[in-house]
Design a protein around this ligand. Sequence first.
Ligand SMILES: [Zn+2]
Ligand SMILES: [Zn+2]
Length: 663
Amino acid sequence: MQDDRKTLDDRNKMTDLERLRHSCAHVMATAILRLWPDAQFAAGPPVENGFYYDVDLKHRISPEDFPAIEAEMKKEIKANRPFERVVVTREQAIKDSESGRLGGLSERPGNPSKFKLGNLAEIPDGEPISYYKSGDFIDLCAGPHVMRTGNIGAFKLTSVASAYYKGDEKNPQLQRIYGTAFKNKTELEAYFKMVDEAKRRDHRKIGAEMGLYTIDAELTGPGLPLWLPKGGAICEELEKLAKETEFLAGYVRVKTPHIAKEKMYLTSGHLPLLYKDSMFPPMSLLEEQDRARNEQLTRRKFAVLDELVRLKNEAAANPEQIKALERESFEIALQQDALGERYYLKAMNCPHHHRIFAAEPRSYRDLPLRLAEYGTCYRYEQSGELFGLMRVRSLNMNDAHIYCTPEQFAQEFNAVNEMYLKYFKIFGLGKYVMRFSTHDPSRLTGENAKFVNEPDLWKKTEDLVRDVLKNSGIDFVEVPNEAAFYGPKIDVQVWSVIGREFTLATNQVDFAQPRRMGLVYRDKDNTEKTPLCIHRAPLGTHERFIGFLIEHYAGNFPLWLAPEQVRVLTIGEDEPLVTYGKAIVQELRANMVRAEGDYSNDKINGKIQQAEQARVHTMLVVGPRDLAANAVSVRVHGKGSLGARPKAEVVADILAAIRERRA
Ligand SMILES: [Zn+2]
Ligand SMILES: [Zn+2]
């Protein structure tokens, strides 16, 4: 069962826009009741990008009903009714539910507010029970709301779906009506324009058009993208960028296997519980030395079973003897289970890197040690959650772990942030925010424990991180209670060029795993100390980052990232022209430029159109006049013809644009 009941604390944190949207849900319910007075309402919270209200109604509401509902809503908004809060006793609320008054415009004899009764039962004793009344509509609701219906500047109903009451399929199925609302019409229109644009830029659609990746659910498996050569080229460019940047910043590169023993994850703390649901199930491996013992146990197991069957068929069987055999059979199963080793596909690279740290004695002189790897991880995501490149089961991660002393921490952490900013600039990301998630001191121990029980270390590292963020002038917000279990974390949210928000990367401080994994360095005073560890992945995973970039660029990648950077197009297929064209392609390829040639006899306009459709970045058209002048006619995707220029100059320009990763 899904528990989406908001606590009072959650409610206090609702943003202005969320209040407005939730208020709009009340107005929508009012409108639906004007049209269908016997409608029964369940829950109507604000959600990302809008709101919904679940309704039980014989009539199937369809988008064709939206204009009528919206017309009633407009009347309510125009009437500018106040939202009035009334606190009542539980007895009163039960009475009003039974009379059908709650979630209604009036009492409805014989039609009690059944879902409101259910919601009421979930309100803990001691929490106030309140109504919100706007006009004739009274709802059981803890708020908060806007002052008046007239504060809802602009709204639109968007879709209808079905949902079970409280998310439990044993409960009745309801109709979920979605809508969205904004402070004013301009914002509403901008939102729908963005939604349309996002559809046009959908990474799954453009990814298929450009031949970047494929997902072969049938044989390879769902959520396991295969990068086609053109997508592979983008992966390579991103890795190259990361390698160069990290090399300059003093990182060293390592390589680690894709599997590890269960023991490692038990030591790191990811298993037995914390990460179990995100990992693929383990594989068991019996080494040679265990096989003989395993066979012996299997033989004994069958002998015991035979004996049990025989005894049970005997009239005068001894119950003690049967019990003893059953116990033995159980013990054999346990012994077999303990034989051999369980291995897991890695869901994260950290423990492997920690083992590399531990592979040699480390002194304070070796720190900071920055281990980097484009590591492939495997995470189990429910099949219903998989989505193109955005939610996958195999991920190529721009990972690194920085081991440092507490004194080095601020500088290292700052350098990581600088790296993020450098990347944002390269990709033209002007709007971003860092969400700094901290721990909740009340959840260090006990049943609800969510964070490692190291109160001093939490305070120290959170203070350090907060200081670095404040001093760097980076935009950040602090979010309590959302840290990782081993330390505070920073999620980086960026906005694509069309204004859609993505969570791209994380940056985490870890003071727990190094200790659990027994990592130490010898300090100046010759004592052993535990290093701090920074986990960071500014470019996230190839999957998610490229999914994001496809939308951000609408598939029109800058030259350095374009899968096909240059195509040489000859006007006709005359031998000298083709030779000239091929030489240009060879010269570019010798400089690692992804260049192709189209030397066919097709009409040049058709050839250009094909190249444009394939989103080739730069087209070099060569005809007899270009050949004679040792020139090329340049055309850039989306920009049209830029005229003829000397070939050497154009090649030099292309190489410089790629080297500088020009936008
Ligand atoms: Zn409400
Ligand atoms: Zn890590």
